[in-house]
Design a protein around this ligand. Structure first.
Ligand SMILES: Cc1cc2nc3c(=O)[nH]c(=O)nc-3n(C[C@H](O)[C@H](O)[C@H](O)COP(=O)(O)OP(=O)(O)OC[C@H]3O[C@@H](n4cnc5c(N)ncnc54)[C@H](O)[C@@H]3O)c2cc1C
Length: 501
């Protein structure tokens, strides 16, 4: 698969054109299906590749290095779309649907986000009601659904009510997009990832049979979790692939570039910038490899590791891309150079499938409530005594939970960040002996954790301006910048003229 992708990138792909046209090449689906890329972890009996987690990570790092559009296209289908069916659909549905998905005859996505909710999944407004004949009727609206207008199947999550209107919990349904009542709304025009379309979707009295149920009634959040768990690692793997590609280009540039101090590659500040970016990428890579190895050994990996992979993989990868862009100087700012496109495309990864803030605060609030459970998180990893001392310090900061709700959010964010850096320090400590770069990465990671610990001790109880004070402050901007809302929206020109409808 890696060979196929490398050859595809060299000889058939034009990322720049794809970005400009906002569309994927027409032959892509059939070629990717033939190469096995549309059934990466589907069992072989359904025509899939049954890849291990470690191999899945390698494929997505490769895809990410080539183009975020290809990578996200494959991720939506393979990690958001397929797992809920693989783990929770009935055998008859699996027999019918999985071979079509693996063969590229149909695509699948998941629809969770709505106009009124994003990170706060429990607040969704889409409803499903159980009918007397056992079928369900779905009503509501979803937003930002990648491939939503193209996928034949959509995993729709809705709040279920029984025949008497009593709430039964969030439930997942596999919806065939050809069902009457399935409405495809406008496509969103995004800053990056422009070749993967995102749509609004609507469900108007959409009726699905009982066999469309994904798992048990009311178990929708657990089903969605199967999608997010693998999705989080995969998003991190893609970002790190792009970061490696960006750093490769930056390093090449510095080798041939002269600056005031002589060779740019020899300049201490530039070497530091690149080495730190490389350390961040290597640390996150080590974390992903550790998680994949555990998963492949059949171990139960605690959720916190997946959150940590998503947060740090996407943050450190994106920061490396940003640094590579800076090192490239004016060339970095050109839209036609790969790094600029990565900069736009991978910015999204800090937002979707759990934004950095939402999941850091969540992670921190879990450990702030149960600081004693923090050490258990390390599982089979055996840290050295100095690192165990850092683990203790993090647990102590977690336990120091403020009373004020606003201060609690800040405390939870600090704790969540500390938990992530602790796990990273622990795994990079394990591999420090492998090479000089591994040793540098381990000491850099530990230094980052120590700095954050110091920062947490200094700032956890700092007071903020009140909401009213800050609102007043922002209202004052109008005196400086005036009313500059543009009344001519570009989309108006793209709507069909009413007289031509
Ligand atoms: C290109 C693209 C593709 C997407 N594809 C899909 C898809 O296929 N299926 C799907 O269901 N969804 C999809 N989404 C939606 C995506 O998952 C959501 O945008 C994401 O969950 C964030 O939700 P939101 O935009 O509503 O932000 P909100 O949840 O409203 O968050 C707004 C801000 O508040 C912060 N925030 C949120 N919660 C907290 C908290 N507890 N503490 C502190 N800060 C917080 C966030 O970090 C963010 O800065 C896609 C989005 C985009 C842009």
């Amino acid at each position: 698969m890696q060979d196929f992708l490398r050859e595809y990138a060299r000889n058939f792909l034009n990322s720049r054109l794809m970005d400009e046209r906002r569309s994927l090449p027409p032959a892509l689906i059939s070629e990717f299906a033939e190469a096995g890329l549309l059934g990466l972890q589907i069992p072989r009996r359904y025509g899939g590749q049954e890849l291990s987690h470690a191999d899945m990570k390698r494929v997505f790092t490769q895809l990410g290095a080539i183009d975020a559009n290809l990578a996200v296209f494959c991720a939506v289908h393979n990690t958001l779309g397929i797992p809920p069916i693989r783990f929770s659909a009935t055998d008859a549905v699996k027999d019918e649907v999985l071979p079509r998905l693996a063969g590229g005859q149909a695509l699948v996505t998941s629809a969770i986000s709505e106009p009124g909710i994003g990170s706060h999944v429990r607040g969704m407004a889409t409803t499903a009601s159980r009918n007397a004949d056992g079928s369900f009727t779905i009503n509501g609206a979803k937003k930002w659904i990648s491939l939503g207008g193209d996928a034949r199947y959509v995993n729709v999550f809705a709040k279920l009510r029984d025949e008497r209107g009593r709430p039964q919990g969030i439930t997942g349904f596999l919806v065939d997009s050809r069902t009457p009542g399935f409405e495809i709304g406008p496509e969103m025009l995004t800053l990056g990832l422009r070749a993967v379309p995102q749509y609004d979707l609507g469900f108007r009295n959409l009726r699905v049979p009982r066999s469309a149920l994904l798992g048990q009634e009311g178990a929708g959040l657990d089903i969605a979790k199967t999608a997010f768990t693998s999705g989080r690692v995969v998003l991190a793997a893609m970002t790190l692939g792009a970061a490696m590609r960006s750093l490769e280009l930056a390093q090449r540039f510095t080798n041939g570039r002269e600056i005031a101090t002589g060779s740019m590659a020899e300049n201490g500040r530039i070497r530091e910038l690149l080495a730190e970016s490389g350390a961040g990428v290597q640390a996150a890579e080590t974390l992903l490899a550790r998680i994949a190895a555990w998963q492949d050994a059949g171990e139960d990996v605690p959720d916190a590791w997946f959150f940590c992979a998503k947060i740090l993989g996407c943050e450190l990868g994106w920061s490396a891309i940003d640094n590579a862009l800076q090192v490239l100087g004016a060339r970095g700012f050109l839209d036609t150079n790969t790094v600029g496109q990565h900069f736009r495309d991978y910015r999204l990864f800090r937002i979707f499938e759990g934004s950095t803030e939402a999941i850091t605060v969540y992670l921190g609030s879990v450990f702030a409530r149960k600081p004693d459970e923090f050490a258990d998180l390390l599982g089979p990893v055996r840290p050295t005594a100095p690192i165990l001392d850092l683990v203790d310090q993090v647990a102590r900061i977690s336990a120091d939970r403020p009373e004020d709700p606003g201060a609690r959010h800040i405390h939870a964010a600090l704790v969540g960040e500390l938990v992530c850096w602790t796990l990273l320090t622990v795994v990079t400590g394990e591999t420090a002996h492998r090479s000089a770069m591994d040793a540098y990465t381990a000491s850099w990671t530990e230094h980052q954790l120590r700095q954050r610990l110091r920062n947490a001790q200094l700032t956890s109880h700092r007071s903020l301006p009140t909401l009213a004070e800050f609102t007043d402050h922002v209202a004052g901007y109008a005196d400086v910048i005036g009313d500059v809302d543009q009344r001519r929206w570009p989309a108006e020109e793209w709507r069909t003229d009413p007289l031509l409808r």
